[in-house]
Design a protein around this ligand. Structure first.
Ligand code: G4P
Length: 295
């Protein structure tokens, strides 16, 4: 797999987060609800050690509701973080959710502040997460505005800015960028399926084969309904790419995708599959369940 990553950028971003952590009471970690294992940074616990943490499962509009609930339970009951699943793009109650989770997470601290006479002290928080998980969408939603990323606006320097949210939350305007665990093949695939990393980690047709193979195992009915194909049983040792390619061919045939000479255009079908998967046309999916962490 060809994933571009730059250790230098990672070190710089990590240092920035460590510096910003000194300024906040709380970390809000964003995770992609469709791939809560692959979209987390494996070093998050050591990076944010000692800081209370809220976990937000973002893109809940695109994930499998039942498994998302299992993830909410995992992060809150097993790991002990205040957790919620949200759709940061449409943003129903996102700001309210962030504030109540922050208060819940800092309950004891707030009581201590109160004892010291610091009644109504603002809670300072920063958002962290891997690229594309929805950090700026989330910050804008909580802040109740529609602006672009701070660093993307011409003339705006990325100095430290605080966004003051009603109800007592101060949010650091810049999010901390973390990296996923690229070395793991499954992590790379899941990030590519969801569009978190560019398609060019591998040839698109091969990526389409792998996605077909995964969906045939986890959500066969979605493929049957959308592409009107039968899903034959996979042999125990059958190669994932070969099996996925067969399904890609079936789907291309149903859609009438052919190149000149009459051959099936499986590459076009791979693009369509990835596009429809990411756009939600195939349905809602979660590719990773909490049980996988016990394996
Ligand atoms: P980042 O700061 O972590 O890098 O992520 P960013 O907010 O830029 O979000 C990346 C993409 O994910 C954006 O789409 C954004 O709209 C989308 N997104 C963020 N949160 C959610 C969510 O909860 N649900 C869904 N369905 N999408 C979400 P884009 O296509 O890159 O930009 P745009 O066309 O929306 O402007």
């Amino acid at each position: 797999m060809n994933i571009q990553w730059y250790p230098g950028h990672m070190t710089k971003a990590r240092r920035q987060i460590e510096a910003d952590l000194k300024l906040v009471d709380l970390v809000i970690e964003l995770v992609d609800a469709r791939i809560p294992i692959s979209s987390r940074n494996p070093d998050i616990d050591s990076i944010c050690a000692g800081k209370p943490r809220v976990v937000i499962l973002n893109r809940a509009d695109q994930s499998d509701q039942q498994i998302t609930q299992a993830w909410v339970d995992y992060f809150s009951k097993t790991l002990g973080h205040s957790t919620a699943a949200v759709d940061a793009r449409t943003g129903n109650h996102v700001g309210q959710t962030a504030i109540s989770l922050a208060r819940q997470e800092l309950k004891e601290q707030i009581a201590r502040w109160k004892e010291k006479g610091q009644v109504g002290r603002l809670i300072r928080a920063m958002v962290v997460g891997i690229p594309n998980v929805g950090k700026s969408t989330f910050i804008n939603q909580v802040a109740g505005r529609k602006s672009a990323k701070a660093g993307d606006r011409p003339g705006v320097t990325r100095g430290k800015q605080w966004v003051h949210i009603e109800n007592g939350l101060d949010l650091l305007d810049t999010a901390g960028i973390l990296w996923p665990k690229f070395e793991d093949e499954q992590v790379g695939l899941h990030l590519a399926y969801t569009g978190a990393v560019k398609d060019d980690i591998m040839d698109v047709e091969t990526l389409g084969c792998r996605l077909m193979d995964d969906l045939a195992e986890k959500y066969p009915e979605a493929l049957q309904v959308r592409y009107k194909i039968e899903i034959p049983r996979k042999e125990p040792k059958q190669d994932a790419v070969a099996y996925g390619y067969m399904l890609l061919q079936e789907a291309a045939a149903k859609r009438g995708f052919r190149i000149s000479g009459g051959e099936l255009d499986t590459e076009r079908m791979a693009y369509i599959l990835l596009d429809e998967f990411r756009g939600g046309k195939l349905g809602r999916f979660t590719l990773e369940a909490p049980e996988e962490l016990q394996k």
